[in-house]
Design a protein around this ligand. Structure first.
Ligand SMILES: NC(=O)c1ccc[n+]([C@@H]2O[C@H](COP(=O)([O-])OP(=O)(O)OC[C@H]3O[C@@H](n4cnc5c(N)ncnc54)[C@H](O)[C@@H]3O)[C@@H](O)[C@H]2O)c1
Length: 398
């Protein structure tokens, strides 16, 4: 019997970008394979359970497993049996904030033998500018006749199922043929596609994320200036934005964190020979929020004699993802100043140090709202003071 063939293989398909993408294509009746090295997550998915919170994904997962449109592999040989291969592996920066080019290079070198002539290879991870052109040369040198495209993922984490089908998809190809093939594929799910050259598409993705990171940093900087001057930032924000169209998008302050915005800003800084002054300034402001909060606490309290409780450890509200969360930076920095630091989160399930919220509130002298989960909308701190840079509890009338 001949081996099963697939329309798409998503490499890194057990990840936050790869899995929703695989689900959306499988729900369009394509035959989709996931190839991933993470066996634990593959097992969770094969049992019909979403490994993290992703709105609307659970029923789609159940449906595509039942209809046998989704297949899971821990073995890269499935690549050779797939018409299109989409790569969604993580593309981090290292501890010195340099992009780790090796990740994409090693992954593709490992997979090269499995590619066959005529396939469409789509890079979807956020990559350092020039990566697609570099890969096109690498494929040429190998003698493989692969159509190479770069089509960046721009979803907001947790809402991929909806956004993948509601947002324009940027497509680019190393050749017109590759761009056309990518356009046809994404045309099955996205309402429209926008074509750019590969390096333009790489920049578009990075610029989108850097713009957002800088936007948050302005809100955070204004907040710190206002609070240091002893005035209420929430009132100012309301006055600035209420029925004033030119400021309507101004975000509220918060701990700006997560696996994408910071590292993509640093990728762009590295690309521009560290001459990305706005990006670096945004990083100093956003990362500095943690130290600012601690300084304000120390100015009011003798923290050395106090237990501090952090409520919310995920990197953003209503998410269970704690990757690159500033709540952990808070925890680390507070360990130097407070008698003890206790942490809690109603959604995060992979941190054994977390305690139930009631215990943290009961045992702490002072609290910090690390993440404004909706579970905290009616928070009763039992009279304990709470630092809330998000202004979430004020807005909820707590
Ligand atoms: N998370 C987001 O919301 C988001 C949004 C837009 C873009 N991105 C970008 O998408 C990329 C992936 O991010 P993510 O959040 O999905 O990361 P992730 O860590 O959740 O997923 C990556 C997956 O790739 C797998 N993997 C790693 N190396 C592999 C290899 N050699 N072969 C097969 N599988 C491998 C991992 O096991 C993991 O399941 C990054 O470039 C990121 O910047 C992320």
């Amino acid at each position: 019997m001949s081996e099963q063939q697939f329309d798409i293989c998503v490499v890194g398909g057990a990840g936050h970008v790869g899995l929703p993408l695989a689900l959306v294509f499988a729900a369009k009746n394509l035959n989709v394979a996931i190839y991933d090295i993470n066996q634990n997550t593959l097992k969770t998915i094969s049992e019909g359970k979403m490994p993290w919170l992703e709105e609307g994904a659970q029923p789609v997962l159940e449906q595509v497993l039942a209809s046998e449109r989704l297949h899971l592999f821990n073995d890269p040989t499935v690549i050779a049996r797939s018409k299109t291969v989409i790569v969604t592996i993580g593309t981090p920066v290292d501890e010195f904030l340099n992009p780790v080019h090796r990740v994409v290079r090693d992954c593709l070198d490992d997979l090269l033998d499995h590619f066959r002539d005529g396939q469409l290879l789509i890079l979807r991870s956020t990559v350092f500018p020039g990566t697609t052109e570099w890969l096109a040369r690498r494929l040429d040198e190998s003698g493989k006749k692969i159509k190479l495209a770069f089509c960046p993922e721009r979803i907001v984490q947790g809402f991929a199922i909806k956004e993948l089908q509601g947002m324009p998809q940027i497509v680019s190809g190393a050749t017109p043929e590759a761009a056309l093939a990518a356009h046809e594929l994404f045309g099955l799910v996205a309402p429209e596609t926008i074509e750019l050259k590969p390096m333009e598409a790489e920049f578009a993705k990075l610029f989108n994320n850097c713009y957002r990171y800088i936007q948050f940093s302005i809100a955070n900087q204004f907040y710190m200036i206002a609070e240091s001057a002893g005035v209420d930032y929430l009132s100012i924000h309301h006055a600035m934005t209420h029925h004033y169209p030119r400021a309507k998008d101004m975000p509220l302050p918060g701990f700006t964190a997560g696996p994408c915005l910071f590292k993509d800003t640093m990728q762009l800084a590295a690309f521009s020979r560290n001459q990305f002054a706005l990006g670096h300034a945004a990083m100093l402001v956003n990362e500095g929020m943690v130290l600012y909060v601690i300084e304000r606490m120390r100015a009011q309290y003798d923290l050395e004699k106090m237990t501090v409780g952090i409520l919310g450890m995920a990197f953003k509200a209503n998410s269970d993802d704690r990757r690159a969360s500033l709540s952990y930076k808070l925890k680390k920095a507070l360990a130097l100043h407070a008698k003890a630091v206790l942490t809690s989160d109603p959604l995060v399930s992979d941190d054994p140090e977390l305690l139930p919220m009631e215990d943290v509130i009961a045992k702490s002298d002072v609290l910090i709202l690390g993440t404004p989960h909706r579970e905290y909308a009616h928070l009763d701190t039992r009279g304990k003071p709470i630092f809330d840079v998000w202004h979430y509890l004020d807005a909820k009338g707590c």
